[in-house]
Design a protein around this ligand. Sequence first.
Ligand code: GDP
Ligand code: MN
Length: 398
Amino acid sequence: MKIHEYQARQLLADFGIPVPPGRMVETVADAAAEARRLFEGGAGIVVVKAQVHAGGRGKAGFVKVVKTADEAEKAAAFMLSHRMVSPQTPPEGLEVKRLLVAAGVDIAKEYYLAIVTDRARRTNTLIASAEGGVEIEHVAATRPDAIVKVAMDPTMGLSAYQAREVAFRLGFRGKQVGQAADTMMKLASLYLAKDASLAEINPLVVTPPAQAHPDGRVVAIDAKFNFHANALFRHPALQAMFDPTEENPAELRAREFELNYVALDGNIGCLVNGAGLAMSTMDIIKLHGGDPANFLDVGGGATEEAVTEAFRIILSDGRVKGVLVNIFGGIMQCDKIARAIVAAAKNIGFKVPLVVRLEGTNVAEARRILEAARAELPTMQAATDLTDAARKVCSAVS
Ligand code: GDP
Ligand code: MN
């Protein structure tokens, strides 16, 4: 589960990491009022930032540093009336419904800091770079040596000596070292305490030297988090941060019916029971030159209603040019799937080719049901096994 930057900043603040003050607003008028309040409170600059579950806002023009409340108003009016398109959004972009208006920070240097679940190393890993900011993806791709990675101990978490070492390697000096290391330690605590899979601060900045802080201050001015969905039951406060309007609507509907659905880019809709079978179904489609439009595991206990809903989700995707049903009935009864296919044919209609491979519990009954409904399923072909099914659906869509 992702959260917005304004929520992420609150979490950072809760864990004692310095973040500039700010507030989430939903209207142009509130944005202007909040900016005015910050300027009157002594802020030299204010930053207006689109709150969407995607990065790349800076380059897309959806992070604006402003010097007056009027400029803040203009920036807010632009962001709330334009879709944001970045390499991290769908091509049509995202609607912006919320903004963060925060005190701006003078920046001497930008750093990158993150903790991720590194599946290749099988550890939580601290990733840091002295070249943070909006070009970090480019830096990671072209100069991997500019990125520092440190494995965290599974039981001890991040150690203080590791944090200090990283701070020195990134070139922090004087009082900055302690502040940067402290931020790393706190970010690691937050990551573990909240069952995160990603905790990223980019940029972590050092402010220019000032009388009160001759070495500058280390401050977080953007944060991005991702949390393990299966651990959310332990975190009611995080659950409350869930913003359904930022989710893929098909994935949301699938969740309501307890279906495991992930939208993908291809054109073959898949309905499968069991995550393992769903993975091998996607593999075998690829092997035969096709591209799955989704991952969909209806599980073992799904009701006929839920399976019908699964078909509705698949068939409402305009990119789907063919559907493959691959069921190995163990707990799932094949006749339940067959009834759902017939219900979907009656309620929605299969206008695209449908390839069905059914085996296991109650398969004879399932075949009888499908045979009896032939007239309603003109595009249906039966497949004998997985390979046959993949061949048939791939040639049907090509
Ligand atoms: P992102 O592009 O979605 O990651 O949004 P960020 O919040 O990281 O902002 C992008 C860039 O805008 C940062 O790397 C900074 O260079 C700049 N920026 C953001 N906030 C401030 C601020 O308070 N002061 C200044 N001077 N620049 C800022
Ligand atoms: Mn950023």
